[in-house]
Design a protein around this ligand. Sequence first.
Ligand code: SAH
Length: 259
Amino acid sequence: MNQATTPPPITPPGRVYLVGAGPGDPELLTLRALRLLQQCDAVVYDHLVSNAVLEFVASAAKRIYAGKRRNEHTLRQEEINALLVQLAQQGKRVVRLKGGDPFIFGRGGEEMLALAAHGIAFEVVPGVTAASGVAAYAGIPLTSRDAAQTCLFVTGHLKDGTADLDWPALVRPHQTVVIYMGLGALAQICQQMIAHGSAPDAAIAVVQDGTIATQKVVVGTLSDIAARVASAGLKSPCLTIIGDVVHMHATLAWFKQAS
Ligand code: SAH
């Protein structure tokens, strides 16, 4: 009788859970995220994941910091992919923890493609993305029947320092534009919006550390926000929201922000 040539694996292959950690406040974790953090063997987490969220990780679980601060990638993307594959092949239940939602400006898709290529089982757990979490805590509804029927999420991390965004689409009326990673290019973004037809006094808010105790909201216009943000000394991570909905912040701000 023919013997099978490959012996069965000693450890059954593990699984990777790509989990959204939300924008910072751990109360915004999903129940599924919380359960997985408490039951996993290893967590590979990004720079944006708050310390308060990491406190929920099982004490026995291995914690691996993958970095991803701008210009300071602690592990390169290929190294992260290889690490996830390796941990899963050791039979571990791995949580790949990302700020916000893993499928919104989170490279979650790339990592899952790498796992799929190696036949590793995975699941995706959505998280509260910065746009919805930060807007909620800043008292800025992203849509409104009067002011905004459309909401765009765009990245302000401009390639080679040049603005290659679809400016005509961004300056349309009756919409809200949410810009992730837009702090570095804020002045340039505002200039381009005005050059493409936005009113110089259009409302804009920049929110640092949304949903956590150090949250700061700076409100202004396209022409003065860069100076206001500079004098307030805002630091990354910041989310930018442009549109008439920003006017509601004055009345709806409910979360106590750092002074
Ligand atoms: N996947 C994440 C986004 C990653 S890109 C998500 O769904 O939210 C990183 C950018 O998200 C930051 O540069 C910033 O623009 C935004 N961001 C994330 N958390 C934030 C927070 N707590 N406050 C303000 N902006 C935040």
